[in-house]
Design a protein around this ligand. Structure first.
Ligand SMILES: [Zn+2]
Length: 292
């Protein structure tokens, strides 16, 4: 990495808020479908985060939030059993001033400024900005994209009619070998701009094709944007897993993320729905990086 910082600003906005089941946050021994259909509790409201990174080669989003149409259009979600699953999984509140456009505008950007939008995975609360991102390149893991074609996508949280939109410029990426010892134990991923500042890492578990984005800046605390790998960075640090996803894969991935701290001291893990994420980002931006 060079010593000049290609990144000038990192921000987070939230497209409204969501409540989920405490068992979803985890840890729980219950099977996903058991808690999904029996839980009687909801968490306090949580954010639906979109990370906004100003890089000299373009404005980058990590995730795009939830579409406000999901709370204003009664036909947004499927009906029947799938509809029941969505209604038991999460409840959203998204006001007119909480859209992606409004959030970006609050930071002084327009949606047309977005050059690149990375989608951590295809669940509906991460793809909600797609309808307004026709001018951007949309990055998704090839494996995640292919999961759309597997049986019962709607039951797995994938709403194709809101994803595979006309006019979007998708870039389906596969991990490539990365020869950077600082990324150990990760050995593959994608260096977005070839300068080491933004590196996509495969972090399967929540979904098989889930991606995280490592943000590295000279003299600053490194950030790892992890999507839904965890709902609470403290649980991840303690090796505790959420109540949904592939437990075996999540255990391996969480272990790798915690091991990454060895080479990237102070690493701040920023999730999509961690109520503390915005505070963790503010702390990370205020602190100088630890010296090794
Ligand atoms: Zn999510």
């Amino acid at each position: 990495m060079s010593t000049t910082d290609p990144i000038s600003r990192v921000s987070v906005i939230s497209t409204g808020s969501v409540v989920i089941r405490p068992e979803h946050v985890g840890p729980t021994r219950k099977n996903t479908y058991v808690w999904l259909f029996t839980s009687t509790r909801w968490t306090a409201p949580r954010p639906i985060n979109v990370y906004v990174i100003e890089h000299r080669d373009g404005l980058v989003l990590f995730d795009t939030g939830q579409d406000r149409a999901s709370v204003t259009d009664p036909g947004y979600f499927p009906g029947g059993l799938n509809g029941l699953i969505y209604s038991r999984l999460a409840k959203f509140e998204i006001g007119p001033t909480e859209t992606l456009e409004a959030g970006l505008s609050g930071l002084g950007y327009r949606v047309d400024d977005v050059g690149l939008a990375v989608i951590s995975h295809l669940h509906q609360d991460h793809i909600g900005g797609l309808p307004v991102l026709g001018g951007a390149e949309i990055i998704i893991s090839d494996q995640e994209w292919n999961s759309l074609g597997e049986p019962l996508p709607e039951a797995r949280g994938l709403l194709r009619s809101h994803i595979d939109l006309f006019g979007l410029r998708w870039n389906r990426v596969t991990p490539e070998p990365l020869a950077d010892p600082d990324l150990a134990p990760f050995t593959e991923g994608r260096d977005l701009f070839g300068d080491g500042s933004l590196v996509l890492l495969p972090t399967p578990g929540h979904t098989p094709g889930s991606l995280s984005l490592l943000v590295r800046r000279p003299g600053r605390v490194p950030l790892l944007l992890v999507g839904d790998l965890t709902y609470d960075a403290r649980l991840l640090a303690a090796g505790k897993l959420p109540g949904a996803g592939d437990k075996r894969q999540m255990r391996v991935t969480v272990g790798k993320v915690n091991a990454l701290r060895e080479s990237l001291p102070g690493l701040a893990v920023l999730a999509a729905h961690d109520p503390r994420a915005a505070g963790l980002l503010a702390e990370a931006l205020a602190e100088p990086a630890e010296r090794r």
